[in-house]
Ligand binder design. Structure first.
Ligand code: ZN
Length: 175
């Protein structure tokens, strides 16, 4: 695993035309950035940077899996990630982000892609993510089912049987 420092790209030092970089992300990356949504994963990022004078076009291709809790059973599941993202960087006075345009403080000339890559990954996770059918934690699913059955029984009793009737029925049963 390359250190997190390599995510800081010295734009001024880049040659004109194309530079290609590759990052391997693993659990250490997620630990290092202390991210909340994703804590584990193995991904590969191919980055090509095309420099034309002081404009930089960056194309990211991110592919791999992240381990995130399943919406249904809460056990970790593998979520495949495949994302293509393009941003343009230029120099300015201060750092700023505006959609896919990033302005880098010219004095430093450093573009840190650590969080950009993290954002690409998070945006690629579907809102609803669950295990493949039958792959959920069976104990958890059983508990969920029992809970929902118990709840619907309660509701049914409340809906259909008046408590006074219930009392009468009990008396009747005793006879
Ligand atoms: Zn599940």
């Amino acid at each position: 695993m390359c250190s997190i420092d390599t995510f800081k790209i010295d734009l001024k030092a880049l040659p004109q035309d194309e530079t290609v970089m590759q990052y391997k992300l693993n659990d250490d990356y997620f630990k290092a950035i202390d991210a909340s949504d994703v804590q584990r994963g193995e991904l590969c990022v191919d980055l090509s940077i095309r420099r034309t004078d002081d404009f930089f076009e960056l194309n990211f291709h991110t592919e791999g899996v992240v381990h995130i809790p399943c919406d249904l059973c809460l056990d970790d599941m593998e979520q495949p990630i495949s994302s293509d993202n393009r941003i343009v960087a230029k120099f300015g006075e201060d750092y700023s982000e505006d959609d896919d345009l990033v302005t880098v403080a010219e004095e430093e000339g450093i573009l840190d892609v650590t969080w950009l890559i993290y954002q690409f990954i998070v945006l690629n996770i579907p809102i609803k993510h669950v295990h493949a059918p039958g792959k959920c934690n069976p104990a958890m699913i059983k508990m969920l089912e029992e809970h929902s059955v118990a709840r619907s029984d309660e509701e049914e009793e409340e809906d259909t049987i008046d408590p006074r009737w219930a009392a009468l029925l009990k008396l009747k049963d005793k006879k």
